[in-house]
Design a protein around this ligand. Sequence first.
Ligand SMILES: Nc1ncnc2c1ncn2[C@@H]1O[C@H](COP(=O)(O)OP(=O)(O)OP(=O)(O)O)[C@@H](O)[C@H]1O
Length: 256
Amino acid sequence: MGYTLKDICFSYENRVIFSGISLEMETGGFHGVLGPNGSGKTTLLDLLTGHLKPENGNILLDGRRLDGFDAGELAKKCALVPQDFRVNFPFTVAQVVMMGRYPHLGRFSAPGAKDRELVAQAMAATGISDFSGRHVTELSGGERQRVVFARALAQDAACLILDEATSNLDIGHTLALMTLAADRVKNNGLTVISVMQDLNLAARFCRSLVFLKNGRVAAHGPVDEVFTASVIKEVFDVSSSVYFDEIIHCKQVTIL
Ligand SMILES: Nc1ncnc2c1ncn2[C@@H]1O[C@H](COP(=O)(O)OP(=O)(O)OP(=O)(O)O)[C@@H](O)[C@H]1O
């Protein structure tokens, strides 16, 4: 189970982004989505979360058509950390993280002990508990990104969708959040689908990779099979040397 995309076509007005892509991303995997700027990575995530609708083709989530889910059901299945998150209203950090619980609350019902516990856990896991009372409008880009990550964790969905979710984070926080996501994949059966620009980070944390190029899937499969110099050349038009790193036990790349 997980996501199945069958012959997906999508255009923005008359700009064709996908003309018939098919993909399988199974439950309980850590899937990386890679590709050059403008190759359609964010568009793909927007299709997976139901924010955009395909013109043709079907997207199935756990075997069920995505357009058959209502927004509340989908929010319980899928939590998104968007590329850019801005709010103009001075909510506190804790209030924003609590927003992750809204899909689980009944209409007009206040958060209960379980909701507060999940919010506290998500803030602790992302290292933001110390500034839970601060206004999100006053945070740095990296601090805000950790707050949105915590909101997605609090949502407690089976699938976590990350759109360059660590782009503003320092290396320590990047490794901490990627390790947290990978641990939940391994131990809790979470599915992670993550757009990433950093090839080495993707090879280190993902189990499978989708490479997009010019609106098509250039390569898709386990990291061992598709993380190669020839795929990187085809997709990014750069020469590279791919090797197995004995210290961190995964493939890595040096761009030449
Ligand atoms: N709302 C929109 N209206 C029209 N064109 C759009 C819209 N959003 C994105 N595009 C175009 O669609 C293409 C794919 O955009 P998308 O954001 O999916 O790419 P991406 O691979 O995520 O890029 P990046 O690596 O730069 O974040 C780009 O050429 C972009 O200019």
